[in-house]
Design a protein around this ligand. Structure first.
Ligand code: KG4
Ligand code: ZN
Length: 350
């Protein structure tokens, strides 16, 4: 089965072709056109600008993904497209493009929750490498991105239990805001981690928000504010200060995430933790989570770096898994026509 994935939920336009043959999976192509440079001058994503850029980029990138895979639309068995959550205008460009292709080419279409895409992204091998789809349940999924911080118990392909999520800023958002405070470029996550390796993580005493509560919710806005207050008191903001504050902040985020994961493994029979989303590219986060849970014989799965950020390969895979496990894909003439689908900017995992 060959699946065309389309992802336009935020500021990345992405298209991918994934092939699955009896649980053997291969990413034939995965193209991501990031708008990061366009939004950098505003210090964050501007929704209207993002949607306009998607409408320029989506069709060319789909054509390129097919061409990289040496395929034509007639070879595609299923289209998987992100329905939400995300920016309404951005999502609309991807969904309407997908509906049009599906209708004209008579290909089934399945709408995918972007977060479910992230949850499965660790399964994807590098393009052209052969992998095997793993089915081990339950596992604990931690999504840490610019828009989301969610802890999810994945019980099977269709059963997801959200244990907790952020009550304010997402982890990536906090990285971006703290980078701004420290005068670093956008997106802030990679900049902070570059400075953090040069600094001392124990230099500034920062809070580990909500870790005293035995629930699974997160809060990163207070941590960012704590950095802001400390920053205001510093007179000489030299390189050493920036490195130390970056390291202290990064350590606080990682500690907080690990403490919540620890509570989760005490409460659920977990043998696997899978992290995903843009922040899961963070080297220290990966190392610390792996080494902490190795002591509990818990395997930690991480996506290839190219699949940590938003990408269409994860949407194609999620579309396949949902469809293959008997959730019928809509047809244009079927009872529940996909032509009636609309975007869901606040889509939740269910
Ligand atoms: O998943 P993603 O590409 O987009 C969303 O769906 O939000 O995540 C982007 C976020 C940004 O906030 C960025 O600063 C953060 O991921 N990020 C990182 C790193 N690389 C990207 N955060 C910490 N460390 C990194 N190495
Ligand atoms: Zn995402």
């Amino acid at each position: 089965m060959k699946i065309l994935g389309i992802e336009t939920s935020c500021d990345e336009t992405s298209a991918s072709v994934v092939e699955v043959v009896q649980d053997n999976i291969k990413v034939l192509s995965n193209l991501v056109n990031s708008q990061v440079d366009i939004h950098a001058e505003y210090g964050g994503v501007v929704p209207e600008v993002a949607a306009r850029q998607h409408s320029k980029d989506t069709i060319p990138i789909i054509k390129q993904a097919l061409s990289d895979a040496n395929l034509a639309f007639t070879d595609i068995d299923l289209i998987a497209v992100t329905q939400g959550p995300g920016l309404a205008g951005s999502l609309m460009v991807g969904l309407e493009t997908a509906k049009t292709i599906a209708f004209v080419q008579n290909i089934p279409l399945i709408p995918v929750n972007h977060l479910v895409g992230h949850l499965w992204s660790w399964q994807l091998k590098l393009p052209k490498e052969l992998g095997k789809i793993k089915t081990e349940f339950p596992y604990l999924g931690l999504i840490v991105s610019g828009g989301h911080t969610e802890l999810v118990l994945v019980e099977n392909y269709h059963k997801y239990k959200v244990l907790g999520r952020t009550v304010d800023d997402a982890a990536g958002e906090a990285f971006d805001k703290v980078a701004k405070i420290l005068g670093l470029a956008y997106p802030g996550g990679p900049e902070i981690s570059k400075k953090a390796v040069l600094g001392r993580g124990d230099k500034f005493d920062l809070p580990r928000p909500m870790t005293k509560k035995r629930n699974f919710d997160f809060s990163f806005a207070g941590l960012k504010t704590a950095v802001l207050y400390k920053d205001k008191k510093i007179k000489n903001k030299n390189k050493e200060y920036v490195n130390d504050m970056a390291a202290s902040f990064e350590t606080a985020v990682i500690d907080t995430l690990i403490q919540k994961l620890k509570i989760a493994i005490e409460n659920y029979p977990i043998k696997i933790i899978a992290i995903s989303g843009g922040v899961s590219a963070n080297k220290k986060l990966r190392q610390e989570i792996k080494s902490t849970f190795a002591k509990n014989n818990i395997e930690v799965r991480v996506p290839e770096i190219m699949y940590t950020g938003d990408n269409a390969a994860m949407i194609a895979l999620a579309g396949y898994l949902l469809c293959n496990k008997k959730q019928a894909a809509g047809t244009a003439s079927g009872k529940k026509s996909y032509l009636e689908l609309s975007v869901n900017p606040n889509m939740k995992i269910k």
